[in-house]
Design a protein around this ligand. Structure first.
Ligand SMILES: Cc1cc2nc3c(=O)[nH]c(=O)nc-3n(C[C@H](O)[C@H](O)[C@H](O)COP(=O)(O)OP(=O)(O)OC[C@H]3O[C@@H](n4cnc5c(N)ncnc54)[C@H](O)[C@@H]3O)c2cc1C
Length: 495
């Protein structure tokens, strides 16, 4: 008889785990709180406009290819490299820079601000590239049996990288570049890990290497949700069932074995093994009610900032925008809001994605779909969001000023998610949209493990466990969790 596995949550890591396990002969069922799969990798469709809810690009495409090889399928979506990577508009009335992957072309963009850019950038990328290749297999792509095992593995990494451990991304970048503009732009990827560059550990400067020299960024033909739709088709072919609109709220146990899960209506779901794809800390706290994860203890973790995301359907086309755009102020580090609990969000920096530039299906003819991401305090820091409409309009007003067009008269669709919405939609603790950050005490074996320490048939997958945040990490996470469930190592096949 086939072994049965229940997966709680149907986001990318859950879907990829379901696929890997079903291909290995397990009978898998996914249980999802919402009416659609994908979690944060989701889609909003309104009046002919389509918006990606969260992720708008991915890096490390070879991890998706590895998943396809492991499951003996063709990757069920098409992706293409993004180049230039993005556009950065620097301060009101300031310049707009096109961020090319080609370092020579980029040096021309920065010729006024940083005359020695090319040499400095080559030095910086050589250093971060070495770190990336020295640490990827050791820190990111393997399970650890204990913290000691992790530390032993870390000790294999070249000691020349040690100083990075004791600095921040901002410091590493500052050591290589002298102008504020270049420093701020090159350190932008730190935000992808949920914190400011000044608060993100220096080892994550390796993101610059993945961005510029390594695999770059990729977009998906037809929008990011094609990833979910394509993989869900593959799950169907493998006989994986998904139960929607069902929230797991309780468990049944015998000794240190989970025997069943129960949903909001008391319905029971029985299986041999269980994989949790939703936030592992919140699940341990609220559903398992484990003593180590009381509400008070949860607050001790370093949670990412919140995200205010705004989805705008415009009845006009826009000039001067790229697929990915950053609008930052000269003092943007101070404006992030996470520094102080009661901070007002007066002049935030923000990111704007314009998918309709490349995917005509995302907006009616002559129209544009826009998605804004504004880093804001999470609900631990800013509890009240009655001022949400004002904040949203401030952002739209600032965007109008930056692009030289008042967009308000052209708005046909307007939706937004505050940290309260992110919390309620996907069970994200305190609306911290990226979950726990990647501080050193929340990385590798110090991040919540993908195996439960109380139940011997309960595992975790996704951003809240190892290796961490982002879509390629979700794919790696699915491999590491599958290894736990099947009890053996998978030989990953990369080209
Ligand atoms: C605004 C934003 C932009 C981002 N941009 C990018 C990007 O461009 N590129 C990138 O690589 N990454 C990006 N990320 C990060 C990326 O989205 C996440 O790291 C990744 O999607 C996390 O996936 P996950 O598998 O951990 O599951 P989650 O997305 O956390 O999904 C968990 C699922 O579990 C369900 N669930 C929760 N509780 C229960 C329960 N009790 N019972 C049943 N179901 C439950 C939820 O409804 C959800 O479907 C972004 C994130 C955000 C918020």
């Amino acid at each position: 008889m086939k072994k049965t596995v229940l997966i709680i949550g149907s986001s990318l890591a859950g879907i990829a785990t379901a696929l890997r396990l079903s291909k290995r002969g397990y009978q898998v069922t996914m249980i999802e709180k919402n009416g659609t799969p994908g979690g944060r990798l989701n889609r909003i469709s309104r009046d002919g406009f389509i918006f990606d809810v969260g992720p708008t690009f991915f890096s490390m495409s070879y991890e998706f290819e590895e998943l396809a090889k492991d499951c003996a399928i063709q990757l069920p979506f098409k992706y293409y490299p993004v180049n230039p990577l993005y556009q950065v508009s620097y301060g009101k009335g300031g310049r707009t820079y096109t961020i090319h992957r080609d370092i020579c072309a980029l040096a021309k963009e920065f010729s006024q601000e940083e005359p020695d850019f090319e040499t400095q950038m080559q030095r910086y990328l050589a250093k971060t590239g070495k770190l990336f290749h020295d640490s990827l297999d050791i820190v990111v792509r393997q399970n650890f049996s204990s913290k000691l095992h992790y530390l032993q593995e870390l000790s294999k990494i070249n000691k020349r990288h040690l100083p990075l451990l004791f600095s921040s991304v901002q410091q590493v970048v500052n050591n290589h570049f002298s102008s504020d503009e270049v420093r701020n732009i090159i350190s932008l990827p730190a935000y992808f890990l949920g914190n400011t560059p000044a608060k993100t550990n220096g080892v994550y400067s390796l993101l610059s290497y993945t961005e510029f020299l390594h695999d770059g960024y990729h977009n998906v033909e037809g929008g990011m949700y094609q990833i979910v739709q394509g993989l869900m088709q593959e799950l169907k072919k493998s006989g994986v069932e998904t139960i929607f609109d069902t929230e797991i709220t309780g468990v049944e146990r015998i000794g240190n074995k989970l025997t069943a899960l129960t949903d909001q209506n008391g319905k029971r779901y029985v299986a041999d093994q269980f994989v949790v794809n939703c936030d592992s800390l919140l699940f341990r706290s609220r559903v398992l009610q484990q003593k180590k994860y009381t509400e008070k203890n949860l607050q001790k973790y370093d949670w990412s900032m919140g995200m205010l995301t705004i989805y705008i359907g415009l009845e006009c086309k826009l000039d001067h925008v790229a697929l990915h755009n950053y609008y930052i102020g000269h003092n943007h580090q101070d404006q992030i809001g996470r520094q102080s609990p009661d901070r007002q969000i007066d002049k935030p920096y923000f990111y704007v994605n314009v998918p309709s530039l490349y995917n005509p299906n995302c907006a009616p003819e002559g129209c544009e779909s826009l998605m804004f991401v504004v880093p804001v305090p999470n609900l631990l820091l800013k509890k009240e969001w009655q001022d949400q409409e004002r904040i949203v309009n401030d952002v739209l007003r600032e965007f109008s000023e930056r692009i030289g067009l008042d967009i308000f008269p052209f708005i046909r669709v307007k939706e937004y998610y505050t940290p309260e919405n992110w919390r309620d939609l996907y069970n994200l603790y305190s609306g911290a949209a990226l979950g726990i950050t990647h501080s050193m005490s929340q990385t590798g074996a110090f991040r919540p493990a993908n195996i439960d320490d109380e139940y011997n048939n309960l595992y975790y997958t996704g951003a809240s466990t190892v290796p961490g945040i982002g879509l390629p990490m979700a794919i790696i996470s699915s491999r590491l969790t599958t290894e736990r469930v099947i009890g053996e190592k998978i030989t990953a096949q990369y080209d």
